[in-house]
Structures are given as structure tokens and as C-alpha cells.
Design a binder for this molecule. Structure first.
Ligand SMILES: *[C@@H]1O[C@H](CO)[C@@H](O)[C@H](O)[C@H]1NC(C)=O
Ligand SMILES: *[C@@H]1O[C@H](CO)[C@@H](O)[C@H](O)[C@H]1NC(C)=O
Ligand SMILES: *[C@@H]1O[C@H](CO)[C@@H](O)[C@H](O)[C@H]1NC(C)=O
Length: 466
């Protein structure tokens, strides 16, 4: 239908052009037309061509709505009354994860806030707007929540195209990571700790506590996340190849005794688990292995501000304040391409994480508790919206943003940044204080002396309270 519309316009355009040609040749032959008539005909032709041109351009814009259209395109859009109702622009930065599709498994459930190749994988246009935004901004990030029932197992698997960084909100899990050269590391992760699975390491997560495990997971890709589960690989391998590789007692006949379950075992929990497993050994690896893949974020240094607390699992250039275990993690993170920095941000009631931006990272976050008002200022727009438990937010590199805690309860966010280097941040008060007052006077049409009214504080006001 779209093509048809374009063809019609093209035909009309050609007609106008050829009519113009006819007129010109006629004039040359007869020379009866007055100069004025020629001028009027040309004017008419020009006008028709322009109108058709504008119509075509408008249609192109209507068919490909641009999230950041040029200022000039705005007037074209308003000239056409048929603009389809667009999704609220805030959904480029906000995802109500609790409303997204729940992928249920026998042992738990997964929900996603990420880019999808197939638009049918989104439940709503709002979710699609968020996924597209992550992808078009080349965010290097995807997000998911993973709930595992008691004794449930996130099957051993690996990701082709992303590092995985996670935060355990609740529960206890025995995690295994198999790295290059089959180096295996196992550890009991507890609430408040961080996990790091480099790209293509095989890893599993077994809930060894009595309550559900709840993981918040960030992946370092804005493309479709690519994952392969060990059981799926096994059943895709030809029997003779599997037999020759594993050399089991009974050979290929033993391999044939394995049967693929009907249901996806991504998070598994066999009903007869007690029969199957009689002797589980949840041993832990030595510290120098463990602390490459794990980090005690809850127990790390608290960066305290008048309005809240920030804690960071990141690479530090200056390691003097890090513990031995933290140094291991910091170095290991920095050795990997496209690693992420994780952080918790606690803001007390009415506290404000003042406007700031990051030089070297996109940012994604998830609301663990509390609620807040969030503002985002980028080159094209200003957007403000409220966030609640279960919401996911996204701030592209360089966009200025702020977060104001608005509930009685503390706001608690887990944040991920797309850098394996030390995070670089600039706060509004810092860059305004750093700008010479005569430059500010000239910029704001305000007497230089007026800028003395903006005080400087001894304490960093990154998270402030009135
Ligand atoms: C890990 O957790 C399991 C289950 O609670 C427990 O049996 C095991 O002793 C723990 N391992 C270590 C080394 O603490
Ligand atoms: C558990 O496994 C570890 C590592 O494989 C091993 O060193 C240890 O002896 C095992 N413990 C028991 C009780 O089997
Ligand atoms: C590293 O941090 C410590 C403690 O904050 C500080 O005393 C030291 O000067 C720093 N070193 C460098 C090279 O910046």
C-alpha cells in the first residue's frame, strides 16, 4: 500500500515534468505565448512539484517515525493530521518489567527488558520502544530477572555474545563457573553479592536455600542475547560422537538411554529430585579463584552522602582502599572486554541524586525498593517520570539525569554501567562551580556577583538532602 502511494506520486510528478516540456517546445515553435503566461505555468508547475515533494517527505516521516527527528521535521509532522498515536517518549528510558512476559519453567521464571530481533517477542509497544532504544543507542546492555525455586537449577549454559553480571537480591545459591581450560570455580553466593560470568564461560546456579533465589542480571549486549544450554547441546550432538567423546561404560547404548524432556529445562526442578540426587557436595573453591567471579557488594566500602549511599563493584585505578579480594575482582573485570560496572544506590526519603552524567558509560537500573521521580535531559528533549518497584531505567552516555526519592521507604536501585574501566561522572554543582563566574554572567545575563549566592559545600552533594 505504501509503495502504491509512492508510485502514484511519482507518476504525477513525471506528468508535471513532461507537461512542462510540451509547453516549452510549443513556445519555441509558435512564440504566441506571452512571457507572463509562461511564468504563470512555470509557477504552477513549481507549486505542484513542491506540494508533491512535501507530501512524499511527510509520508516518509509518518512511515518511519524517528525518535529524534530534526527540528525542521517537526513542522512537517504537525502539518499532517493523520500522524499515528506514537508511544510516550518516556518509554525509551523506562520499562515496567512486571508487566512484561513471564517465561515460566519447572524450577522458576525469567523476565526480560532487552532488545528483540523478532518484534513479536515484545508484549507491548512500550516494551518495544525500550528494547529499540537500548539497541539504537548501542547501549551494550540487556536486563533480566531470574527467579529460582528452592532446589531449582538454572541449567549449565553459556552466552555467545555477552558477559553476564548479576546481583542476588534474596536467597542462597551454589554457583559454578567453568572458564578457559576447564578451570572450575564454585561458590555459595548470598544476598547482596555480585556475580560475573565472562562471555562463553559455562555456568550454573543451584538454589541451595529454602526460599526463592531472586537474581537481577545484566548482559553486555544490545543485540539479541545468544545462549546455549548444556542439555540442548547434548541432545543436538550425534550419538556416536557423544559416545566417542565421553567413552561411557556401555558405549552408544548408554548415550541412547538419555531422553530429552518435553518442557524446556532452562530452570529445572525434577519432581523426583530426591531419588536422583543422594549425595550433593557443595564445596567452594579457594579465594584466589572465587573473588574473580564474585564480589561482596553489600560488604564493600560505603560512599556516604547527606542523602544516601553508593557502593560500587568496579575497576579502580587506585587500589589502595581495596581489600585483597576486591583487588582480585577489580583486576579480573578490567581484563575483559565489554565488562560492566555494578553499583547500588540508596537514597533516603526526599534525597536527590543530583543532575549528573557519565562520560564513559550507558547506565541501566532496576528498582529493588522505594519509589522516585526521574528526569532525563538530552540534546533533543527533557523527560520526567515516576518509577516504582520492578521498573527498569536506561540513561544513554552523556545524558544528564537525576533521581529524587519520593517514598517514605528508602529508594534502593541496582545500577549497571557499560564500562570495565573506572566510571567517570560529572555532577551539576561541580561543573557549574568549575565554570568561571564571568563566563556564567555572560551566559545567563546576570551580574557576576550574583553567582556568589551559589554556595560550595565541604561534603560532596552527589546525593543531597534539603
Ligand atoms: C554452601 O551451601 C550449602 C547449602 O546451604 C551448604 O551445605 C554448604 O556447606 C555450603 N558450603 C560452604 C563451603 O559453606
Ligand atoms: C567435595 O568436593 C571437593 C572438590 O571436588 C572435594 O575436595 C571434597 O573432598 C568433596 N567432599 C566430600 C565430602 O565428598
Ligand atoms: C590513592 O588513594 C589514597 C587514599 O584515598 C590516597 O591517599 C592516594 O594519594 C591515592 N593515590 C593516587 C596515586 O592517587
Amino acid at each position: 500500500m505504501d509503495n502504491l502511494a509512492f508510485e502514484t506520486h511519482e507518476d504525477a510528478k513525471q506528468k508535471v515534468v513532461s507537461e512542462g516540456k510540451v509547453n516549452t517546445s510549443r513556445m519555441e515553435k509558435t512564440k504566441q505565448w506571452s512571457l507572463m503566461s509562461i511564468f504563470l505555468v512555470c509557477l504552477l508547475a513549481c507549486t505542484i512539484t513542491t506540494v508533491i515533494g512535501v507530501l512524499i517527505v511527510s509520508l516518509v516521516y509518518v512511515n518511519n517515525p524517528q525518535p529524534h527527528s530534526e527540528p525542521g521535521a517537526q513542522s512537517l509532522q504537525t502539518a499532517i493530521p493523520m500522524v499515528p498515536k506514537a508511544v510516550d517518549p518516556k518509554f525509551q528510558f523506562l520499562n515496567h518489567l512486571s508487566k512484561s512476559k513471564v517465561f515460566e519453567f519447572p524450577g522458576g521464571a525469567i523476565q526480560w527488558a532487552r532488545y528483540r530481533n523478532n518484534a513479536n517477542d515484545y508484549l507491548s509497544i512500550e516494551e518495544e520502544a525500550f528494547g529499540s532504544s537500548l539497541n539504537s543507542q548501542r547501549s551494550q546492555m540487556s536486563f533480566g530477572t531470574l527467579r529460582i525455586k528452592s532446589s531449582g537449577l538454572r541449567a549449565p549454559h553459556w552466552h555467545f555474545n555477552a558477559n553476564e553480571h548479576g546481583y542476588l537480591v534474596q536467597g542462597t545459591a551454589w554457583v559454578g563457573v567453568v572458564d578457559d581450560g576447564a578451570v572450575i570455580t564454585t561458590y555459595n553466593v548470598t544476598a547482596g553479592q555480585v556475580i560475573f560470568f565472562p562471555k562463553n564461560t559455562v555456568h550454573w546456579i543451584k538454589n541451595v536455600g529454602s526460599e526463592d533465589c531472586f537474581f537481577l542480571l545484566f548482559f553486555s549486549t544490545h543485540e539479541e542475547l545468544q545462549t546455549l544450554d548444556v542439555d540442548d547441546v547434548f541432545f543436538s550432538t550425534p550419538e556416536d560422537i557423544a559416545s566417542r567423546s565421553l567413552k561411557p561404560e556401555g558405549g552408544i547404548n548408554f548415550i541412547r538411554t538419555f531422553h530429552k524432556q518435553e518442557e524446556d529445562q532452562g530452570v529445572n526442578l525434577p519432581p523426583n529430585l530426591a531419588e536422583l540426587v543422594v549425595n550433593a557436595n557443595y564445596s567452594q573453591s579457594p579465594d584466589n579463584f572465587v573473588w574473580r567471579y564474585f564480589y561482596d557488594l553489600k560488604g564493600s566500602k560505603e560512599h556516604r552522602f547527606p542523602g544516601g549511599i553508593i557502593q560500587l563493584a568496579q575497576y579502580w585505578k587506585n587500589r589502595s582502599e581495596l581489600s585483597h579480594n576486591e583487588k582480585i575482582f577489580s583486576e579480573f573485570l578490567n581484563q575483559h572486554q565489554k565488562a560492566l560496572t555494578l553499583s547500588t544506590l540508596r537514597i533516603y526519603n526526599n534525597g536527590l541524586r543530583q543532575p549528573h552524567f557519565h562520560f564513559n558509560a550507558n547506565e541501566m537500573g532496576y528498582v529493588i525498593s522505594g519509589c522516585a521521580k526521574v528526569g532525563i535531559i538530552n540534546a533533543q528533549s527533557f523527560t520526567e517520570f515516576n518509577i516504582h518497584i520492578g521498573d527498569v531505567i536506561f540513561f544513554p552516555t552523556g545524558t544528564q539525569h537525576y533521581i529524587k526519592s519520593t517514598c517514605d521507604e528508602d529508594l534502593l536501585l541496582i545500577l549497571a554501567f557499560s564500562t570495565g574501566d573506572q566510571l567517570q561522572t560529572l555532577d551539576m554543582d561541580d561543573y557549574l562551580q568549575a565554570t568561571a563566574d564571568h563566563i556564567l554572567a555572560q551566559l545567563f545575563f546576570k551580574k557576576q556577583s550574583e553567582f556568589k549566592k551559589i554556595p560550595q559545600f565541604k561534603e560532596d552533594q552527589a546525593v543531597n538532602l534539603p
